[in-house]
Ligand binder design. Structure first.
Ligand code: BT5
Length: 249
């Protein structure tokens, strides 16, 4: 692991995000990666389940306390996705095949190989007490079905490393992408992300809590919103949702 960065490995637990939160409650500030070989209550966004019983996968959460404003954390899904993408490539995935899908997924050959769940702990004064970056990576296995077609590094690249080896790589490249953002700002991170984004310039369907909207993906706004050129004209900025291939018009 990088200097000054901790790692704690478990065989089985409920959710590494919860384990990180419990560590925070005990007074730990990290940076520490909590990782498990299996989760019994792995979760995604909106209370969804993250299938976490596949042997040889990585379920991990980074606990740390960044010195930034809460609004700036809009950059974190993109920093994290770029780091996961780099780690997959360093472990054998073909660079052209690995894409980032808004807001928090990493795809290989247009199938979901990794998902990210970021949780922020704020102080009563609305400053950041801690951030938990949860990442699930299908190294060896993946579920039979999911809302978006799933895959694993093994299935796409023919080889997968041990989860702890992958974690060591991920911890290194995460720092690189974090520092890149701190030093160069969101414009640089956003352009690196859009260079490898799935579906940019193409028609897509975005499912939001307010329903489904169809349009062409344009890119990222300064605040991390997804800009969609609507089929019926005009643009829309989206802050949460799931992107799918669009139905034919
Ligand atoms: C995510 O949510 O993609 C975030 C997943 C984060 C998981 C990590 S594991 C370590 C840490 N501890 C946790 O408890 N969580 C984090 P979302 O975008 O909402 O996608 C969830 C959806 O992906 C599910 O509803 C399924 O359809 C699908 N899915 C579930 N498990 C999957 C898997 N292993 N591979 C691919 N797709 C999966």
């Amino acid at each position: 692991m990088p200097d000054g960065v901790g790692a704690v490995l478990f065989s089985s637990l409920e959710s590494t995000n919860d384990t990180a939160r419990e560590a925070f409650a005990r007074g730990e500030i990290g940076p520490t990666w909590f990782a498990a070989q299996e989760q019994t209550k792995g979760r995604g966004r909106l209370g969804r389940t993250w299938v976490s019983n596949g042997g040889g996968n990585l379920y991990t959460s980074l606990l740390f306390k960044p010195d930034v404003e809460p609004a700036e954390l809009a950059a974190l899904p993109f920093i994290t996705s770029l780091a996961v993408r780099d780690a997959l490539i360093k472990h054998g995935a073909d660079g052209d095949s690995v894409q980032c899908k808004w807001p928090n997924d990493v795809l290989i050959n247009e199938k979901k190989c990794a998902g990210i769940l970021i949780e922020t702990i704020l102080s009563p004064k609305n400053t950041i007490d801690s951030v938990i970056v949860g990442i699930g990576i299908n190294l060896n296995s993946f579920p039979d079905s999911a809302q978006f077609p799933p895959t694993s590094l093994l299935a796409e690249a023919g080889f997968a490393p041990q989860p702890d080896e992958f974690l060591a790589t991920l911890a290194e490249v995460f720092i690189a992408h974090w520092l890149n953002w701190i030093l160069n700002g969101f414009t640089v991170t956003a352009s690196q992300w859009t260079d490898v984004a799935w579906g940019l310039g193409k028609r897509r369907s975005v499912e939001t809590s307010a329903g489904s909207v169809d349009g062409t993906l344009i890119g990222l706004a300064d605040d991390g919103a997804l800009i969609l050129k609507l089929d019926e004209g005009g643009e829309k900025r989206l802050y949460a949702g799931d992107v799918f291939s669009a139905k034919n018009k």
